[in-house]
Design a protein around this ligand. Structure first.
Ligand code: RFL
Ligand code: PHB
Length: 389
């Protein structure tokens, strides 16, 4: 089999890239390790920046998002019972849109199906070859048979645990990592959200986040220890702990109900440099991870996809390789700023095991400064709604 761009991974990065390429007549094949149902069922991100919404619009996949997505023009940060609202609309002319990654993924798969785009599910043994030549290839197993896909370029969109990043030799690859000493326990429940905006709460008992998917579907998270297990958290225990961590006025309003999903995610900051090696280009979680505190993972995957698409379009349509040559530097420039914001939000809002009295005073002072200082609010707002690309 032959295609122009082999895309490893059928998560949001790979799917979006395939549709953008198709829009300018560039062929691709998506190779995905899991089944479609598995990928569509994963509960992950919930907050979309305008840049991602615009890309979805560009490929004609924003219809349902425009009907069902909820625009947010601000967010709440709290420290014990003190709440600070940061308005986005006072500083930037764009909201964020609350619409689940699960729904984005379903919409992308539906559009690919409608447009007859090529893809193979449940592949294994994916290996990349000849990446330093202009005729690379990918080998894989599907339905018990070995296959070889010849291509011009390989897009590594296979997430943090994928194989693409490993194809960059160790003497070229530099990895930067920070692992946080806690995770997030998340619950999805068919209950009305406690507030119409997200609440990021720093409390004596640890961080909590009140988020949502729609008017009758709420998403809540609490900071938990790395050794904790989902099975050890009954719904009752989760709700009781959440109530202790959010401001009293919100706790009093909280509507609880059975959870329909419960999971624990560890928190990590990670960047791989460079994001390109020969004809291989890494996109999204394959190249970088942020802790979820700033809602940036999916959104920074989207900006990578944008830079890569522009580079590939330059190559095929305009006959210029400037974009693909600049890909890694352009993507990393934005990635590091997003890493900084996510690390800052995480540091501000969580309780760390080794935190001193001084450290706690610093968190409180930072939130007090934020409350009183429009310039500080503006910095948060600009990062939260998304840096330009
Ligand atoms: P994905 O989604 O991990 O997709 C990679 C795909 O590659 C497949 N794969 C392979 N396929 C073939 N061969 C192999 N060897 C393969 N190895 C892996 C996988 O099966 C998978 O389908 O990466 P992608 O596309 O780069 O997308 C990244 C986003 O999914 C991720 O950044 C976000 O979910 C992060 N994230 C959030 N991002 C936001 O922008 N806003 C949020 O509000 C937000 N909240 C979150 C989050 C992530 C979370 N967790 C669980 C990690 C909340 C949570 C709890
Ligand atoms: C979510 O709704 O899943 C969500 C929202 C905001 C975040 C992280 C996750 O910062």
């Amino acid at each position: 089999m032959r295609t122009q761009v082999a895309i490893i991974g059928g998560g949001p990065s790979g799917l979006l890239l395939s549709l953008l390429l198709k829009s300018v007549g560039i062929s691709s094949v998506v190779l995905e390790r899991q089944s479609r149902a598995h990928v569509e069922g994963r509960i992950r991100a919930g907050v979309l920046e305008q840049g991602l919404v615009d890309l979805l619009r560009k490929v004609g996949v924003a219809g349902r998002l425009e009907r069902e997505g909820i625009e947010h023009h601000g967010t709440i940060l709290s420290y014990e019972n003190d709440r600070v609202r940061v308005s986005f609309s006072d500083f930037v002319d764009q909201p964020v849109v609350v619409y689940g990654q699960t729904e984005v993924t379903k919409d992308l798969y539906a559009a690919r199906e409608e447009r007859g785009l090529a893809g193979v599910f449940e592949v294994s043994d994916v290996a990349l070859g000849d990446l330093k030549t202009d005729a690379p290839f990918v080998t894989y197993t599907a339905d018990g048979l070995s296959h070889r896909l010849e291509c011009d370029f390989v897009a590594g969109c296979d997430g943090f645990r994928g194989v693409s990043r490993q194809a960059i030799p160790l003497d070229v690859r530099r990895e930067y990592e920070k692992v946080y000493p806690f995770g997030w326990l998340g619950v999805l429940s068919e209950t009305p959200p406690v507030h119409h905006e997200l609440i990021y709460a720093n409390s004596e008992r640890g961080f909590a986040l009140c988020s949502m998917r729609n008017e009758n579907l709420s998403r809540y998270y609490i900071q938990c220890g790395l050794d904790e297990k989902v099975e050890d958290w009954s719904d009752e225990a989760f709700w009781a702990e959440l109530k202790r961590r959010i401001p009293e006025e919100d706790a009093a309003r909280l509507v609880t109900g059975p959870s329909i999903e419960k999971s624990i995610a560890p928190l990590r900051s990670f960047v791989c440099e460079p994001m390109q090696w020969g004809r291989l280009f890494l996109c999204g979680d394959a190249a970088h991870i942020v802790p979820p505190t700033g809602a940036k993972g999916l959104n920074s995957a989207a900006s990578d996809v944008h830079y890569l698409f522009e580079g590939l379009r330059g190559h095929y349509v305009d006959g210029s390789d400037d974009g693909i040559e600049a890909y890694s530097a352009r993507a990393l420039d934005r990635v590091w700023k997003v890493e900084r914001f996510s690390w800052w939000m995480t540091s501000l809002l969580h309780r760390f095991p080794d935190q001193s009295g001084f450290d706690l005073k610093m968190q409180r002072a930072e939130l007090a400064f934020l409350r009183e200082t429009p310039a500080a609010q503006e910095a948060l707002a600009r990062n939260y709604v998304g840096l330009p690309y």
